[in-house]
Structure formats: C-alpha cells, structure tokens
Write a protein that binds this ligand. Structure first.
Ligand code: FES
Ligand SMILES: [Fe+2]
Length: 428
C-alpha cells in the first residue's frame, strides 16, 4: 500500500511537479509522420501543456505553444509557410525554434523590427523516428530518441494506432509489468466472451521480475512452460519510462494530462519470405475507438481494448492507498520505487534511468527479445496457411485494437501476400 503523498507524486505530470519534471527528461511519441500527408497542423495536449504540432512547407516539424503571443489566437488554425507557422489573425510567423520571424504590419512600420525579440513562442524539439513523431519537453542537453532495435527491422508492415484513454498514465504503465493479467484479462476473459466458451488456459505457477538498463523484465512459468522456456529465460519487458514491448509491438502510455493518457501502439508484422523484399512507402496511423457504439460500453474484443477496460476501471486516478498488493505485483512495486528514486536523482542533477546520450549506443539499442530471429529472418508463407496456432491467427487478423480502417487492412494483406478472396480474413 502506498501512502497518499507518494500516490499523488506518481500521477501528477504538470509543469513543475516532481513527476512532471522527471517525465520531461524523456522523448514522448505524440503523432505519426503520415498524419501530416494531408494536414498542416494538429493540436497536442502533452503533460498538461496545450501545443500545436505542424509541418511546414519545407518539411520541418515544429511543436509550439497553442496560443499566439500577440493576442492569443489559436495557432492550430494558423497556416504553414516555407519556414514556420503563421498565425491566421494578424499573420505573425514563428519557426520551429519558437522565434518570431515575421510580424507583417509591425515589420512595415518599423524596419528595425524591435518588437520581434520579445515575441517568441514556447517551442519544443520534434524528431521523426520509426514513423512516429517524438517530442521532448525537458531541459537541455537534449538526449537522443531511443533507437530501439525493432525500429531497424526490415521487410515488415508497420502500423501505428492512437487512442486517448480517460485515466491517469501511471496506472496504464503499471500494466506493463503485470504478467498474470495476460492469463485472466486476455486469455480467460476472451474465452468467456465467446459464445462457444472453452477451457481456461494454463495458469501461472511462478513469476519473477528483474531490472535491467532500459526497464524491468517480467518472467513467468505457466503450467504449460518451464524454466527453459524463453518466457522465463528472457521474459517480456516494461521499457522506460512508459512503454511495453511484447514480441512484435511497442505500446507507450503518454501522459496527456493528469486524467488522460494517449495510448500509442507501434506494430511490426514481418512479411513471409516469399514477399521479400518488402519496402513500406509510408507507415499508416489510425485512431482506435474505445466505445462500442451498439452498447455504449467499452469495446472488449481486442487485446489492448481489454487493457483499456482495466485502466479506466481503476478510476480516473487510481487510489493506491486502498489497494492490496500480492506477490504477483512485485513488478509494480519496482516500477514505483524506480520512479520515486529517479525523482530524487534528477533533484541531485543526475540523469534518471534509461536516458541515452551516446550516439554509438543509440545506433541500435538492443534489449533481450523473444522471437527476434523470426522477425529478422522471416518465415515461409506456408506457415500462415497450414496451421491454426494463435501466432498464425494473430497474423491473419489485427488482434490488438478494434477499428482498423479498411485501407490499412488491405495494405497489410497485400504486404503479407494474403488472398482475401479465399476468405479467412474477415472479422477483426
Ligand atoms: S493574435 Fe496572432 S498575430 Fe495577432
Ligand atoms: Fe494487457
């Protein structure tokens, strides 16, 4: 059980709060590069700050304060120029550094442009990586955007999915170090949700947690596995500060504000060897729905939607002073402790966990991965046709979130070499 002060400490990410200062030391995924194929600006709310993300005509991304320093018009209605974003009210122009580089009327009447100097706008660095747009709201020197090994994999179809979840980010991230919930929330609950029912899956017999450089690994032995199994020898990983990596995808839980989290999923589907070489022109992104239109209840059919049900069910801000942790929750306790320790570390001027500043290290940030060989070397197409294993089923349908748009499904099927006319690809 956690006392009230530390409970609050873990959740609040506003500017100037201890956790807010800590989380500002990390790059956060906030959007997708492909979103800007057909738009110029988008509002962003990140750690309580109201911002505008834009791509100017030269292709530079910027993330600036939502309100113009002149008389506070909404810059998300501004328009982009070769360099920068122009306010639509009186035409002031700002670049990605936040500098005011144009004040049309003022520039006309005062060739010395004296007013410009004090009129810069708050601006944060943006970097594109792995099809995602990343933002950094922290102090300088700016660390590197982690170049996680899966970002370098070739011959894969990648898609990015966003969903805004109405609850605090920290309870979402606690789910990243929670092995037992897979058995109940995903496997057994899914069985119960099916009309035809079925047996419960093999239960967990032992779990363990281990901190490593970039996160905390969780390891498990189930009735059907032993300590030779990679689920024990390698495990899965809660990555720092706000991600989960399992097998073929990342999930980030990005703090929008203290009561809202942006779930960002990055999914890699290795194409069969027969479809190589596969080069993806553009990584699609889409927004996954939360609510089942028919019932008005949360969607429960897909893996991450099930997680969302757990997170929001804990309340907008989970009250950790009233919980009852068991032995399966040791990973949760480890996450909390590391964050609380790192709050002190940054107060002492140290870097918190998993900050990467070394270019050499960042060429490819490796962590122990189950099944990486298959992602790298691929597999024969017949593997997708001749078996009904869960692994294959998950390749034939997008199991992680409901609402995949048809154009993404089609692009995926084409990449994988599926023949839709033969059936088997309906129902997502
Ligand atoms: S309010 Fe933006 S230019 Fe006037
Ligand atoms: Fe889950």
């Amino acid at each position: 059980m956690l006392e009230e002060t530390r409970n609050e400490l873990l959740m609040n990410v506003g500017e100037g709060t201890p956790m807010g200062e800590l989380m500002r030391r990390y790059w956060m995924p906030i959007g997708a590069v492909s979103e800007f194929d057909d738009k110029e600006t988008r509002t962003v709310r990140l750690m309580g700050e109201e911002l505008v993300l834009y791509k100017d005509l030269s292709g530079t991304f910027g993330l600036v304060d939502r309100h113009c320093p002149h008389r506070h018009a909404d810059l998300s209605y501004g328009f982009v120029e070769e360099t920068g974003l122009r306010c639509n009210y009186h035409g002031w122009l700002f670049d990605e550094q936040g500098d005011c580089i144009g004040q049309p009327y003022e520039d006309t009447v005062d060739p010395e442009q004296k007013l410009r100097a004090g009129c810069s706008v708050k601006a944060y660095p943006v970097e594109a990586k792995a099809g995602l747009l990343w933002a950094y709201l922290g102090p300088k020197p700016v660390p590197l955007v982690p170049n996680w090994e899966p970002f370098s994999w070739q011959n894969g179809f990648v898609q990015i999915v966003f969903t805004e979840i109405p609850c605090n980010w920290f309870q979402c991230q606690e789910n990243s170090c929670d092995p037992v919930h897979f058995e109940w929330m995903h496997a057994n609950w899914t069985t119960r949700l099916k009309e035809e029912g079925g047996d419960y899956v093999p239960t967990h017999l032992e779990v363990d947690f281990e901190e490593f450089e970039y996160g905390i690994s969780y390891k498990r032995v189930r009735e059907d596995t032993d300590k030779e199994n990679p689920l024990w020898t390698i495990g899965r990983h809660c990555l720092w500060p706000n991600a989960l990596y399992t097998g073929d995808h990342f999930e980030w839980r990005v703090p929008v504000d203290d009561d809202t989290t942006l779930s960002v999923g990055w999914f890699f589907s290795r194409v069969p060897n027969e479809m190589e070489p596969y080069v993806q022109e553009s990584i699609p992104s889409w927004v996954g729905p939360l609510v089942d239109e028919k019932t008005g209840r949360w969607i429960t059919s897909h893996v991450m939607n099930q997680d969302f049900v757990a997170w929001v069910g804990q309340g907008a801000r989970s009250d950790r002073t009233k919980e009852h942790l068991g032995r399966s929750d040791r990973g949760i306790a480890m996450i909390r402790k590391r964050f609380l320790d790192d709050i002190k570390a940054i107060e002492n001027g140290e870097d918190p966990k998993a900050i990467i500043r070394d270019e050499k290290v960042n060429e490819c940030v490796k962590f122990p991965l189950i099944g990486a060989e298959m992602m790298i070397d691929g597999y024969p197409k017949e593997m997708l046709e001749n078996t009904d294993s869960p692994m294959v089923r998950s390749k034939r349908q997008f199991i992680f979130q409901a609402g995949q748009p048809e154009h993404v499904t089609k692009a995926y099927e084409a990449a994988m070499g599926f023949k839709t006319d033969k059936g088997g690809l309906t129902g997502r």
